[in-house]
Ligand binder design. Structure first.
Ligand SMILES: Nc1ncnc2c1ncn2[C@@H]1O[C@H](COP(=O)(O)OP(=O)(O)OP(=O)(O)O)[C@@H](O)[C@H]1O
Length: 301
């Protein structure tokens, strides 16, 4: 059985499309990532799949239940961690967890094994109000609350946004452990580096899916040549690179990346020469390692 099947789901707000014929499937026990920038439509897709928003078109099933007809069964069987902090700020850590367990007619003890690894980190603060926790701790508590009823599918909307890098890494380690418990996970993130932690990812932009693949195959099938380029004047470098035919260039950390179309193979020295002829100095051109971000940019029109 598939954890999620979405077929051509669409959503408009005030006549403007936010999700356009989005289709994907999530296998059982898989970590599936929706990767895309702000406004790409990730939250709308999550809200449709968790039955909080009706789609305007298409259909979707979660664990074989229909998101429109079987909303009650879905709500009981999934865990949803919305992007914005979802907990009761004035309740303590322990009270929040107890509250969510009670709503789902269970107890903290019943599924403690699922949250144990995370909860031990929160335990020293169990009497602290949730509103007074750090960003990383809040996310850990929200994850515990979304897990306490042992959901079949866990939906996490940008769980690591605004969380420090160490906590982000810890958070992903926790997701990997949950996967071993056969919980299917759909997670969204605007951070391209997190994409590689997923089993498969859908790259999404302006409400449409650009590609669905494993992170490894996405990178492997990049196809274009990719160079990383540096020079004395970064702004002018990007300006001059625009005039190199059959390429797409963009800022990438301290470098610019230059993607050369498949049928127009080019040497690093040709790019270097072009830059020098246009007055740039300290020119450095080398092959770049392809990242998910490069794949994403390459797929944009
Ligand atoms: N209730 C709403 N009314 C009007 N427009 C909306 C509403 N909710 C979302 N939108 C618009 O729909 C588009 C998709 O938004 P959505 O929140 O689904 O994307 P997202 O990828 O989750 O981005 P973000 O991280 O910014 O929430 C955006 O252009 C957004 O402005």
């Amino acid at each position: 059985m598939k954890a999620v099947i979405a077929e051509n789901i669409s959503k408009q707000y005030d006549g403007k499309p936010a999700v356009e014929k989005v289709s994907f499937e999530v296998n059982e026990g898989e970590i599936f990532g929706l990767i895309g920038p702000d406004g790409a439509g990730k939250t709308s897709i999550f809200r449709i799949l968790t039955t909080l928003l009706l789609p305007d078109g298409g259909s979707a099933q979660v664990h074989h239940w229909d998101v429109v007809k079987d909303w009650r069964a879905i709500r009981n069987a999934v865990g949803y961690m919305p992007g914005k902090f979802s907990l009761y700020q004035d309740l303590t850590v322990e009270e929040n967890l107890h509250f969510f367990a009670t709503v789902f007619n269970t107890t903290i003890q019943e599924n403690y094994h699922l949250i144990e690894d995370i909860y031990v980190q929160l335990e020293p603060f169990k009497n602290r109000r949730a509103g007074k926790l750090s960003g990383g701790m809040k996310q850990k508590l929200a994850l515990c609350c979304a897990l306490i009823h042992k959901p079949k599918v866990l939906f996490l909307d940008e769980p690591t946004t605004g969380v420090d890098p160490v906590s982000r890494r810890e958070f992903w380690e926790m997701l990997k452990k949950l996967k071993q418990q056969n919980i299917s996970i759909v997670v969204s993130t605007p951070y391209m580096d997190e994409a590689s932690m997923c089993d498969r990812i859908a790259l999404i932009q302006s409400g449409s899916i650009l590609s669905i693949d494993t992170p490894q195959d996405l990178v492997k099938n990049y196809g274009n040549q990719l160079f990383r380029v540096k020079a004395n004047d970064r702004y002018r470098l990007l300006e001059v690179l625009k005039s190199v035919p059959s390429t797409k260039s963009y800022a990438f950390g301290e470098y610019a990346h230059v993607s050369v179309e498949k049928d127009h193979q080019m040497d690093a020295s040709e790019i270097a020469q072009h830059l020098q002829q246009n007055g740039l100095t300290e020119v450095e051109v080398g092959e770049a390692e392809v990242t998910i971000e490069d794949c994403f940019i390459n797929l944009l029109h």
